[in-house]
Design a protein around this ligand. Structure first.
Ligand SMILES: Cc1ncc(COP(=O)(O)O)c(C=O)c1O
Length: 389
């Protein structure tokens, strides 16, 4: 798979900037018609000129040109050899776990998306994969948790839903010292704000459902990594089959074109809202790495170029007060998911993170999570003011 308009350097050798690559890499005009957007190759199979010869595409589970365009673009944005796309973020994670064998061990952050924990604890553990939930900010605890069989250190930063910041460079070093690889879920930051491979991560995971798609209209996932690992994952795309359809790949690719400008606006809106929440009498605590008072701020400032669109906060008055706020907004839709242009509010304990209740990953029951959209921030503040009041 060669990348077009690439390798980040057109005619004069000048490397292309992130926003340019988001629009051009993998997306040359269609050679037959000149169409300037990559066509949706809505086909399940490809005619072959001769028995045993094909055009590079034979069957759409194995490969589809629209999916290839998306994969090439994502690989460029995360600065990896390859990207391999799946039908959802969890399907991408499933493929990463399937690279392991019974008896292998994973050190996982103790604050990850509930579905990630559910998958390893309730699905892959039945096939002999072992897992320890560890506070990855505590490097001594990580060291103590490492075993000779540890294959992955699994980090999410900023984390879901507490927006904790992890030191990717230190975790990569520690993982590598023990012969393990660092998997970084970069869904919240996106490559527009943070590039985990530049800090030593070996595999970068995405729920492309979120900021990469960006419009809450498609579910997908991706793993960005080195060529050898990508080949193993491409084998799993074909052998297991959890691939995105061509229209889903196309929608995601369309979203990616505006990733840079969307992330800038998500970040500035979220920063304003987080600051405002810190001053509100009905708010007990605010989690946002962009706040100077946030415990992750100094570290985040070294590894992120802006602090993203996710904010979580605890409501004074407990769970019932928190539920009333979540049900009281109008512009912030009460919904799971995140990363779209529209603002969302949710109660992680009852919604996205219900599957971790009673485990080390349980979240406070007065916590609300905001996915701050790109609407006019004054309108969003007025909506929150009304709901909190
Ligand atoms: C950080 C993170 N990783 C992975 C996933 C799973 O992705 P998907 O919902 O696309 O399967 C999610 C979903 O919310 C998430 O927030």
């Amino acid at each position: 798979m060669s990348r077009s308009t690439d390798d980040h350097a057109p005619n004069d050798g000048h490397p292309l900037a992130f926003d340019t690559r988001a629009i051009h890499v993998g997306q040359d005009p269609d050679p037959r018609t000149g169409a300037v957007t990559v066509p949706i190759y809505q086909t399940s199979t490809f005619a072959q000129p001769r028995v045993g010869e094909h055009t590079g595409y034979e069957y759409a589970r194995t490969g589809n040109p629209t999916r290839t365009a998306l994969q090439e673009c994502l690989a460029s944005l995360e600065d990896t050899d390859e990207a391999v796309c799946f039908a959802s973020g969890l399907a991408a994670e499933d493929a990463v776990f399937r690279l392991l064998s019974p008896g292998d061990h994973v050190v996982m952050a103790d604050d990850v998306y509930g579905g990630t924990w559910r998958q390893i604890a309730q699905v892959h553990s039945r096939f002999g994969i072992e897992v320890s939930a560890v506070d990855l900010n505590d490097l001594d605890a990580v060291r103590a948790a490492m075993r000779p069989t540890t294959r992955y250190v699994w980090a999410e930063t900023p984390s879901n839903p507490l927006l904790k910041i992890l030191d990717l460079g230190a975790l990569a070093e520690l993982a590598h010292e023990h012969g393990a690889r660092l998997v970084a879920d970069n869904t919240f930051a996106t490559p527009a704000l943070q590039q985990p491979t530049s800090m030593g991560a070996d595999l970068v995971l995405h729920s492309t459902t979120k900021y990469l798609g960006g419009h809450s209209d498609v579910v997908g996932g991706a793993v960005c990594t080195d060529a050898a690992t990508a080949a193993e994952l491409a084998f799993l795309q074909n052998a297991v089959g959890a691939v995105p359809g061509p229209f889903d790949a196309w929608l995601t690719l369309r979203g990616v074109k505006t990733l840079g400008i969307r992330m800038a606006r998500h970040s500035s809106n979220a920063a304003r809202i987080a600051q405002w929440l810190t001053t509100h009498p009905k708010v007990a605590a605010v989690h946002y790495p962009g706040l100077a008072s946030d415990p992750g701020h100094a570290l985040a400032a070294t590894q992120m170029s802006a602090f993203g669109g996710m904010v979580s906060f605890r409501v004074a008055g407990g769970i019932e007060a928190a539920k009333a706020v979540a049900e009281g907004t109008e512009l912030f839709f009460l919904a799971e998911s995140l990363g779209g242009v529209e603002s969302l509010i949710e109660h992680p304990g009852i919604m996205t993170h219900a599957s971790v209740a009673g485990t080390a990953l349980e979240v406070p029951d007065d916590l609300l999570r905001l996915s701050v959209g790109i609407e006019e921030v004054e309108d969003l503040l007025a909506d929150l003011e009304r709901a909190l009041g």
